[in-house]
Write a protein that binds this ligand. Structure first.
Ligand SMILES: Nc1nc2c(ncn2[C@@H]2O[C@H](COP(=O)(O)OP(=O)(O)OP(=O)(O)O)[C@@H](O)[C@H]2O)c(=O)[nH]1
Ligand SMILES: [K+]
Ligand SMILES: [Mg+2]
Length: 512
């Protein structure tokens, strides 16, 4: 009897990897925990489970910045959230879940009124953390906030939240995977439009879905190989299964490769494009930095060799975060200090994502179209180098001879051409990092953290190892595929997350 692979694949047990892992409980003191039994609903498809339910402390924190403002939000999450509602809110009544309700907030022991505000109860698992959550919307003032936090502290099962602990519980409850947690953090940190869009995409789960699909497809390949191991080709299984699995693996290898060949766009969007300004002395490099920054950040003088150290500024150019470096003018010099500056400039050019050469028109050799760049920079110019011909006010020739793709003319002294240059630079960066419109948004890079790249590279290596095996050693081949799927699973945090968690959550603020 011929069995189809689909039916054979379903038979494979045990599951390739545990879909649920347990994480240690957060570090804290359990001895005051309330012992009332509390029901915990499990979020669907939860990647991991940490539930010792009643034992789990309820956490609270101010989730808005401290200080005087219209509203402050205090969040309470955990099995005791409902009890906190009962003890802190007047008039006494059961919450209508997910509905903002008017109330007075009182001290649980003295009954003194602390503030007048609004409260909403999110019934788990339909809450941010997947636990029961109480949100108190109170007036934002130091004394009010302190009194409400103080009241919560009186409840024996409550303790203050650690940085990022609400998000951590959302992760542990299966509400978020690691890419979404990273996305949330990046979203809060986003300073440019591009960063915001990329982070929102990750936080919203698109990145998670893409990695999940990749993992599912690897598992699909593995299922075929496992079926072969179980039943053997020819007898129970249709022909060509092995070839089919190889073909699929080759495709997947290509897809992973395309993700990896992204010019580091995602990481660059997060941390900024490294743009190095270089050129001969006195070309106007520091003047350019000041123009971009709209302030006198660097010293500008008519003395060649003014800039020695590298001066870095983080700027937003056309919605893209750019770390701009001003460097020492390149020339031969006997001055030991300037020599170090020139050395550093060369290193900064090497490390740059984009190198922008500034040349003074007064330093150009040759005539008309046969323009010659100064020898000090000639060897450093490649097809990718951007060139700004500055001091166009000193140039007698026709400026159009100098302009072209990634080549602009300005006078930073008179302001001539600076608008065109800024627009052109922004467009060039947007094009290079493919983030200029909504269609490009579709191609927003998948890899936004170095961690993703590491795991994808290792998945690619395991698939290569599978492809290097022959039909005779399918058991080894299956093992390689298993490792490949596991490597991709690490990106989402389905497995082996311990090491990442602490590092990730420690950067969060309290109340998030
Ligand atoms: N005429 C004219 N002078 C300019 C222009 N841009 C800058 N300058 C002047 O050129 C001189 C050198 O400018 P900087 O910005 O210090 O030049 P730099 O390339 O940083 O010089 P180093 O740091 O010494 O290598 C200053 O006196 C500027 O005022 C311009 O477009 N036209
Ligand atoms: K100078
Ligand atoms: Mg300078």
């Amino acid at each position: 009897m011929q069995r189809t692979v689909a039916s054979a694949a379903r038979r494979i047990r045990p599951p390739f990897f545990p879909s649920r892992i347990s994480l240690p409980l957060a570090r804290h003191d359990h001895k005051h925990c309330l012992a009332t039994p509390v029901r915990f609903a499990q979020a669907p498809n939860s990647p991991c489970v940490v539930r010792s339910d009643a034992q789990r402390p309820t956490i609270y924190a101010l989730s808005t910045p401290p200080g005087k403002a219209g509203v402050a939000v205090v969040r309470v999450s955990g099995p005791g959230a409902l009890d906190a509602w009962t003890h802190l809110l007047k008039p006494v009544r059961a919450p209508v879940p997910w509905k903002l309700q008017r109330c007075r907030i009182v001290h649980p022991e003295s009954g003194d009124q602390l503030d007048d505000g609004l409260a909403v109860f999110f019934k788990g698992p339909k809450s941010f953390t997947t636990e029961d959550v109480l949100e108190l919307h109170i007036h934002s003032g130091r004394a009010i906030i302190a009194s409400v936090l103080g009241a919560l502290a009186r409840l024996p099962y409550c303790r203050p939240a650690e940085p990022g602990e609400f998000t951590r519980r959302a992760f542990e409850g299966g509400r978020l995977d690691l890419t979404q947690v990273e996305g949330l953090k990046d979203l809060v940190d986003a300073e440019t439009e591009g960063q915001r869009r990329m982070a929102l995409r990750a936080a919203g789960g698109s990145t998670r879905a893409q990695f999940e699909q990749l993992r599912t497809e690897i598992i699909g390949c593995l299922a075929k190989i496992e079926a072969l191991i179980d039943f053997g080709e020819g007898e129970d299984i249709e022909d060509g299964v092995y070839e089919d699995a190889r073909e699929r693996a080759k495709n997947l290898r290509g897809i992973i490769q395309s993700y990896l060949q992204d010019n580091r766009r995602g990481e660059i969007m997060r941390t900024g494009v490294r743009l190095t300004i270089f050129g001969p002395p006195n070309a106007g490099k520091s003047s350019l930095l000041n123009f971009l920054a709209q302030r006198e950040a660097a010293i500008v003088t008519s003395v060649p060799g003014t800039t020695r150290d590298i001066l870095e500024l983080s700027l937003d150019i056309g919605g893209i975060p750019v770390v701009v470096s001003d460097t020492a003018g390149l020339r031969r010099t006997e001055d030991p200090v300037e020599l170090i500056g020139v050395e550093r400039a060369r290193n900064a050019i090497d490390a740059a994502d984009v190198a922008l050469c500034v040349v003074s028109c007064a330093d150009l050799g040759g005539r008309d179209s046969a323009m010659e760049l100064p020898t000090s920079v000639k060897a450093l110019i490649t097809d990718d180098t951007f060139i700004l011909f500055n001091k166009i006010d000193l140039d007698a020739g026709d400026a159009t001879r100098l302009r072209g793709p990634h080549r602009w003319t300005t006078s930073l002294k008179t302001g001539h051409g600076t608008g065109e240059f800024l627009d052109g630079l922004a467009k060039a960066l947007q094009t290079k990092y493919a983030l200029n419109d909504d269609s490009a948004f579709m191609h927003t890079p998948l890899i936004t953290h170095a961690r993703h790249r590491v795991h994808l590279e290792s998945a690619a290596q395991f698939i290569d190892a599978f492809l290097a095996t022959s039909a005779d050693d399918i058991v080894i081949g299956a093992e390689e595929l298993r490792y490949a799927a596991k490597a991709v699973g690490k990106v989402s945090g389905l497995i082996d997350v311990e090491d990442v968690l602490d590092a990730l959550f420690k950067d969060f603020c309290i109340g998030k």
